[in-house]
Design a protein around this ligand. Sequence first.
Ligand SMILES: C[S@@+](CC[C@H](N)C(=O)[O-])C[C@H]1O[C@@H](n2cnc3c(N)ncnc32)[C@H](O)[C@@H]1O
Length: 290
Amino acid sequence: MSEVGRTEERVMPAGSMGWQPAAIAEKVAVCGAYLELVATTPELLEVARRALYALALSAGQRVLEVGCGTGVFLPLLAAAVGMEGSVVGIDHSPDFVAQARERVAALGIAETVEVREGDAYRLPFPDGSFDAVHCERVLMHLDDPTAALREMHRVLRPGGHVVAVEPDWRAMQIDHPDFETMRLLMDRFAETFRNPAMGRELCRCFAEAGFVERRIAPVFFGATDIADIAKFGLDFSESEAALVASGHVTRERAQSALTYLVEASRDGTFFGFGGMFVESAQAQSDCAPL
Ligand SMILES: C[S@@+](CC[C@H](N)C(=O)[O-])C[C@H]1O[C@@H](n2cnc3c(N)ncnc32)[C@H](O)[C@@H]1O
């Protein structure tokens, strides 16, 4: 991204509205390409490595991926549980379910991996039917993340592991001489997500959902080019327009602030950082077994 905030074409639909089935259907190629791209970044590979470790999977287990998208994580889960195990991915987007099924078929793992259309609030499975549940960058888009976590708790066997990975857009910081304008732009962008601070809220939501043995691992990343943050969907176009329209900042000041980001990236003075949180826990062992 060369001109942050003035891109003609979005990398992805910004914010939580972009991950509703109808919005995905409108931009399925863009959304799918975005998921593929970010999954290969060092940042998300590191998060995936930690999540997989925390899931503590072993051969023969049954694992559920909630909000599997195009299924980038499904092959890793399949490898961890082996031919004796089974993996189920669910997503509320029929387009993503179709893409995930294609991926699974192309990789020859359809015998162990099933992909179904489903809603995180109403998981179509009996109580206690999984050994582990994984969920990445989904809770931040939900109206009621705790309700979705309760569902994950319900379908887990007693003592089963859950792992959720979420960012905290409100914790993102960018060094900028016009701190005030930068803060306004970032706060406005964060508001496009239903739960912009989901990462830091995981501990509380996990506790409310009844999970025990909770552990949280913050994973922070630094960037010396605005493009390295923009690839995760950061886009100030809407923020700039809204703040100018509401009179919070003049157009000139907003544009100058955004131009600085690009120039600082070019001359090597840009620095920003942000974080993802990997929360792991276990279902209570006094829950009704299957
Ligand atoms: C940012 S994408 C992440 C996809 C995938 N977890 C990954 O890491 O590539 C968010 C996903 O959550 C799904 N999603 C959002 N709300 C959902 C819901 N209520 N039930 C099921 N899936 C949902 C979207 O369709 C989308 O695939």
